[in-house]
Design a protein around this ligand. Structure first.
Ligand SMILES: C[S@@+](CC[C@H](N)C(=O)[O-])C[C@H]1O[C@@H](n2cnc3c(N)ncnc32)[C@H](O)[C@@H]1O
Length: 288
């Protein structure tokens, strides 16, 4: 809204300048406009970075005061540490994960996926997250000195072009704004190998099962609450199209679609036997 108004004012200003001044003045105006837009962009990124780090840092501090380390770290990423980790691991297997592959786990959190991969994966694993405490915990718990963990710059994946077989964002885009998700997907499309997979989970209004998350989120009056963002499938299709990615599959979060190699038991005692689902919907993209 603010940006549209600013843009309209600029158009009016250009029109007025064209009536009164020569080309030189117009060039000067464009330079100052471009500079202002860059400053706006920089300020915007800094504010957002600061906001999400603050909300997560506060969240982990609260949990650590109330629980032992393992419980706090599991609750930080939403609980059911083993169940969710297994389901994420099986999603990768179902999509062609091989022992030699390179996996980048963006927003790896306290390592639900990493912990399941640690015996299987002989290739590289790179876990990035914005919260240093969870990275340290995951690194310690996985005890794989050959794996790389580092603080995420925010919306980019500082790894070489065409270097990863899998890039995962499990329950990460659920906490980002659309433009941030798009920036991450844009960089993921650079880093993923041709025919590699980008996998993310998301919440959507299409599924009645996700409504309670939205209701709980809007009922939470804390100003520093962690953001919950729903994503529509038409947004995913448009993003994929603009980035030259193909949508391999989108799975409803409330229906079993993950082939299980072992039984999965959630913290509330419910069990999944042959097929499972994460709760969040899952999208699989590939770079042709
Ligand atoms: C709900 S947790 C999911 C963790 C993990 N992917 C899993 O499935 O267990 C979301 C994680 O995303 C991380 N995160 C949030 N914003 C991020 C960003 N811009 N870049 C990287 N990680 C981010 C949070 O710190 C948190 O660890």
């Amino acid at each position: 809204m603010k940006k549209t108004k600013h843009f309209m004012n600029c158009i009016k200003h250009i029109w007025a300048l064209r009536q009164k001044h020569n080309e030189m003045k117009l060039h000067q105006f464009f330079w100052s406009y471009a500079k202002r837009m860059c400053e706006y962009q920089q300020e915007y990124c800094e504010i957002k970075e600061d906001y999400f780090i603050r909300s997560y840092t506060r969240h982990i501090e609260d949990l650590r005061q109330k629980h032992d380390e393992d419980t706090a770290m599991a609750l930080f990423v939403g609980g059911s540490f083993e169940a969710v980790g297994l389901l994420e691991y099986f999603i990768l297997l179902q999509n062609g994960l091989d022992r030699e592959h390179t996996v980048i786990d963006v927003g790896c959190g306290s390592g639900r996926l990493a912990f399941q991969l640690k015996e299987y994966l002989e290739g590289s694993y790179i876990g990035i997250d914005v919260v240093p405490e969870v990275l340290q915990y995951t690194q310690k718990r996985c005890n794989r000195s050959d794996w790389k963990f580092y603080k995420a710059p925010g919306l980019t994946i500082p790894e070489p072009d065409n270097s990863a077989d899998f890039i995962c964002f499990f329950s990460v885009f659920t906490h980002l704004l659309y433009e941030e998700t798009f920036k991450y997907l844009e960089d993921a499309s650079r880093v993923v190998k041709p025919n590699g997979k980008i996998i993310f989970s998301f919440l959507e209004f299409l599924l009645p099962a996700h409504w309670h998350v939205f209701k709980t989120y809007i009922a939470d009056a804390r100003p520093d609450k962690v953001l919950f963002q729903f994503i529509s499938r038409d947004a995913i299709l448009a993003w994929a199209d603009h980035l030259g990615l193909s949508v391999v599959d989108i799975f409803d979060g409330d229906k079993p679609h993950i082939k299980l190699n072992q039984m999965v038991r959630w913290d509330n005692g419910s069990e999944m036997i042959d097929k499972g689902n994460l709760g969040q919907s899952v999208c699989i993209l590939t770079k042709p």
